[in-house]
Design a binder for this molecule. Structure first.
Ligand code: JFZ
Length: 411
């Protein structure tokens, strides 16, 4: 089976992750108790019997959900793809599934399919649309992994039956009824065998050859690697990889989690990750009413404004593997340009000498202004030192362009 084309994904750099499900109803609180940990795990953390948990569907009615609003926020944030939970570990399908009535259309007062609306809103904007799908943990199903409080008897489990009766039929629904799907983001492969992982990857590709398969399908059968949650590598990682990150400390909405990262932090994480060769998949957790928390929106819109000004230094760029993370910031490159992303304007901008002669140096937001640079030996290394004007070029990360003579060769 031919590998799907990864270029759109490599160029995209930045995606929106959405964790939305029944867990937004308790929002971290169960029977008056704050349940520790990530919000979408409340059923497991509080050992909620499935007959109790499924009653949440009766009150899940996101009447304020607006797919156009969510897709517009994605676009305004500079995020080029969207990945939303079609079915998380609780087993509840956030789309109209024919093979399990445990879904938003059949079990809630909200008689609409939000995935259908969101897929259309994204396609309209040229945003690649993908689904998160939990293919191993499913706390509603006896044959799946993870619910040992309703289904304590391991001997009764038949994972093959779960794959055949729910996972593959639902993957077929997701890859048949929602238009072109950019990727399937599997999760927690746990006990899956290599054969099972490969079977699911092949099944996705058989239904939509251009659909990417995320690394958490397991056993290195994905089209790219997923690092751990909020995992930032120390330096360049070869190959195609992505780090999923939270904007606060939970994926699914928790009413008491206000620990939001600033736009500055998000931008430095974005630049850090892409300078090491990865993509940044940043999460929002909508409420049970279908609203993305306003603090998330404000942060993402500020990030989008910066990308509006500096996107040339992000989208479609490549890392420069031999340049280790620098004290003052990070480096990306594209064609004959090297982009210096300066986090700390007070420090000396020094980087290892490039083998291609530099012809010009200038602020990305003011190409007419010349910046000076010198070749110096710094700590015994042949280096480049770029002189900075007094004031930073941007209120967040400031970007300087080094224009080379057309071909950027590395040492
Ligand atoms: C998983 C889910 O359990 C969680 O609810 C959320 O959806 C997150 C994006 O993915 O959590 C993980 C999975 C893998 C790792 C860490 C958390 N890991 O490999 O370190």
């Amino acid at each position: 089976m031919t590998k799907p084309d990864m270029q759109w994904w490599r160029d995209a750099k930045f995606g929106m992750f959405i964790h939305w499900g029944l867990y937004a109803v308790p929002a971290g609180i169960w029977k008056g108790q704050e349940i520790p940990g990530i919000g979408e795990w409340i059923m497991k953390r509080a050992q909620i019997p499935r007959r109790e948990y499924e009653k949440l569907a009766d009150e899940f009615n996101p009447i304020r959900f607006d797919a156009e609003e969510w897709a517009q926020l994605c676009q305004d944030s500079g995020m080029k793809y969207m990945v939303i939970t079609s079915k998380h570990h609780d087993g509840f399908a956030m789309y109209h599934s024919q093979c399990s009535d445990y879904n938003i259309v059949d079990r809630t007062p909200f008689d609409r399919d939000p995935m259908k609306e969101l897929a259309a809103a994204c396609q309209k904007r040229g945003i690649k649309f993908g689904f998160y799908y939990s293919q191993t943990q499913d706390w509603y199903e006896k044959d799946a992994v993870g619910n040992d409080w309703d289904f304590p008897n391991e001997d009764e489990k038949n994972f093959r039956r779960y794959l055949d009766n729910k996972v593959k039929p639902q993957l077929k629904e997701l890859l048949t009824n929602y238009g072109p799907i950019g990727l399937i983001w599997f999760d927690t492969p746990m006990t899956m065998t290599k054969e099972e992982s490969q079977e699911l990857a092949d099944y996705v590709h058989s239904l939509q050859p251009d659909c990417l398969v995320g690394g958490r399908v397991g056993n290195e059968c994905g089209d790219y690697r997923n690092l751990g949650d909020n995992e930032i590598p120390d330096e360049h990682v070869p190959g195609d990889w992505e780090t999923p990150c939270t904007l606060n400390d939970t994926w699914g909405f928790k009413k008491n989690d206000h620990n939001w990262k600033s736009a500055d932090t998000v931008l430095q994480l974005l630049v850090d990750i892409i300078s090491k060769g990865g993509n940044y998949l940043l999460n929002v957790g909508p409420t049970q009413e279908g609203v993305i928390p306003e603090p998330s929106c404000e942060i993402l819109r500020e990030v989008g404004r910066w990308l509006e000004r500096n996107g040339e230094a992000v989208y479609g760029t490549e890392p420069i593997p031999y340049i280790k993370p620098l004290s003052w910031g990070r480096v990306t490159e594209k064609a004959d340009k090297v982009y210096l992303h300066v986090f700390d304007w007070s420090s000396k901008v020094v980087l290892p000498e490039l083998t291609s002669p530099i012809e010009r140096a200038y602020p990305l937001n003011n190409p007419a202004a010349e910046l000076h640079w010198n070749a110096e030996t710094v700590a015994g290394e042949k280096s480049l030192v770029v002189s900075l004007p007094d004031a930073p070029l941007d209120e967040h990360v400031s970007v300087i362009v080094l224009e080379t003579n057309g071909e950027l060769r590395h040492m």
